[in-house]
Design a protein around this ligand. Structure first.
Ligand SMILES: [Fe+2]
Length: 289
């Protein structure tokens, strides 16, 4: 490339950078200047062709068109590019003793039903019944009574309720921890699943020669006054996809045994006829600094 060409390209970048000089928010200025620098640097580095630019615009347009209030292709895109996990890592540095965070994912919905302590979030979701219990604590060990626990998961076919036709609500709900921070609920044992690959993110993965699978997991969002909100999953120990999660979300401390039993009596005293699973997992929140 000639010096002239390099100078012409740099002049474009400089003018765009300068166009943000009067932004009232210093943070906005900082973020946009960095975004422009990296975006232009990327285009220069790969010598972006007009056809590639067209393809990228068409791709992002498809991501937008397929997104609605039950399908979030932009979060999925962020997830498979590892941006979600990177952002989680930047914002939740391992805080001594707190449960580690992982991706939020695209399947949370705002108005999940409240269930009583010990209730059932399955609500018709297919799968082996699974009893989940533990204690919500602060990192100093004190229990957090009244903490709000949201849980959501796939059924045994690997689908979330929002992936079915109609307004099904199953495999999700929220409850409050009891007076000693204890929580317990019934659900189904989650299954490994392929992320939705019938849209633009599926095309991206196929073009990259990548898989689509996520190891089985139960999602948690836990909030308590004075504490940082915990967004995490508990992964099923032994799942064959633990090492190749398409969204890079697995952390060793989040892998736990979902012990399976045949009949007998569950921890809540209920007699069980067939197979059921049992997870014990304590949730530890970091205080707000
Ligand atoms: Fe998930």
């Amino acid at each position: 490339m000639t010096d002239d060409q390099a100078a012409r390209e740099q002049a474009v970048t400089d003018r765009v950078l300068a166009s943000f000089d009067n932004a009232p928010s210093e943070r906005y200025r900082e973020v946009m200047r960095s975004l422009i620098s990296h975006l232009h640097g990327f285009a220069r580095e790969v010598r972006l062709t007009q056809e590639e630019w067209d393809a990228a615009i068409a791709f992002l347009t498809r991501v937008g068109h397929i997104t609605d209030d039950r399908r979030q292709e932009f979060i999925l895109l962020s997830d498979v590019l590892g941006l979600s996990m990177l952002t989680v890592g930047i914002n939740a540095p391992a805080s001594a003793g707190a449960t580690e965070s992982t991706v939020f994912g695209p399947f949370f919905v705002e108005d999940a039903p409240e269930i009583p302590l010990g209730g059932d979030i399955a609500q018709g979701a297919k799968g082996v019944p699974c009893y989940v219990e533990g204690t919500v604590r602060s990192t100093d060990g004190s229990p957090l009574p009244g903490a709000r626990i949201d849980a959501w998961e796939s059924d045994e076919d690997g689908f979330y309720d929002v992936q079915y036709e109609g307004e099904v609500t199953a495999g999700r709900g929220w409850l409050r921890a009891g007076e000693n921070g204890e929580y317990r609920f019934w659900s189904v044992k989650p299954s490994a699943y392929g992320i939705p690959d019938d849209g633009p993110v599926g095309e991206l993965l196929a073009a990259g020669g990548r898989g689509t699978m996520r190891p089985a997991h139960l999602h948690f969002k836990v909030t308590a006054p004075g504490h940082r909100t915990l967004i995490t999953h508990v992964f099923v120990a032994g799942d064959k996809y633990l090492a190749e999660d398409v969204v890079f979300g697995v952390k060793d401390s989040l892998v736990a045994e979902f012990a399976e039993h045949d009949g007998g009596t569950a921890p809540d005293g209920s007699p069980r006829d067939g197979r059921w699973a049992h997870l014990r997992f304590d949730l530890t929140l970091a205080p707000m600094s």
